[in-house]
Write a protein that binds this ligand. Structure first.
Ligand code: OAD
Length: 254
């Protein structure tokens, strides 16, 4: 493939405030999810066979340069993703993750831009790579707005009169939620990693910040290199493996 080599690293990080500190005295469960958790809801992953990046080169749809060159193509790419996400429903994995809140203090850190964790009922969800249902100003990144309907069009403007862009972290951009996510992972008692190839940094590096006592479980049908020892791998789909683990964890409490 011709074209610039994309280093799969969206970003440098910058400080972002977070008020989430977790409840005192409760076991803190952190869920770190990727595209695989939504695969069984019909949302395509990125790097599996038939994944999105096979059909759409990153440098044509998911970089600031792509936006500068051909904003309509970028908007169309995300419109199609948004339509699929609106049609999708949370699966058994999203629902089981939300159910963990019955017994634990739970924070979900997701690389996904869909809202399926929220729709399943999770109350603390941090989106590292943005949110497809939101747009933001190209003049002021703090001006974020919900998208009404499925599409964002050339000519859709923020209150300052600038074009709106998808509220997505593109390759080469900062990941402003990393410091907040790092703080949450560094206080985890249990870390569930589900449906991510851990190929993209800085997101993937978060798992290394779990404290030494933290129990780490990976749910994924494939081998994934987790840079920690003692990781338990439940080798299977999210919709089977996550409810199984959630039942196990919740039953320990009764
Ligand atoms: P990937 O597509 O890289 O990895 C998907 C992971 O999900 C793989 O490990 C699969 O084995 C696993 N998987 C597939 N089906 C599954 C299922 N039914 N149940 C559980 N796991 C399953 O997706 P991510 O790791 O999420 O970033 O990719 C990370 C980031 O790369 C994305 O957020 C996106 C992308 O480029 C940006 O766009 C900035």
């Amino acid at each position: 493939m011709k074209g610039p080599k994309i280093r799969e690293r969206p970003a440098r990080s910058s400080h972002a405030p977070s008020t989430y500190i977790g409840a005192v005295g409760r076991t803190r469960v952190v869920v770190f999810s990727g595209a695989g958790v939504s695969a069984e809801s019909g949302i395509r992953t990125f790097r599996d066979a038939g994944g999105l990046w096979e059909e759409y080169p990153i440098e044509e749809v998911a970089t600031p340069e792509a936006w500068a060159r051909d904003p309509e193509r970028v908007l169309r790419f995300y419109d199609v993703r948004r339509e699929a996400i609106i049609r999708a429903a949370p699966n058994a994995a999203h629902i089981a993750i939300a159910g963990l809140e019955a017994g634990f203090d739970v924070a979900v850190i997701t690389q996904n831009i869909d809202d399926l964790h929220e729709r399943a009922g999770s109350t603390t969800v941090l989106h590292l790579h943005g949110e497809i249902m939101k747009a933001r100003s190209t003049a002021d990144p703090t001006l974020v707005t919900m998208i009404n309907g499925t599409s964002l069009k050339p000519g859709d403007r923020c209150v300052l009169g600038s074009q709106l862009r998808p509220h997505i972290v593109w390759f080469g951009e900062e990941v402003p939620m990393i410091p907040s996510a790092a703080r949450i992972v560094s206080r985890a008692d249990r870390l569930l990693i589900v449906g991510t190839s851990l190929a993209v940094h800085p997101a993937a590096g978060l798992v290394q910040l779990a404290p030494p006592h933290c129990e780490i479980v990976l749910v994924d049908p494939d081998e994934v290199h987790v840079p920690r020892t003692g990781v338990r791998h439940i080798k299977g789909s999210a919709s089977k493996g996550v409810p199984q683990l959630a039942d196990e964890w919740l039953s320990e409490k009764t």
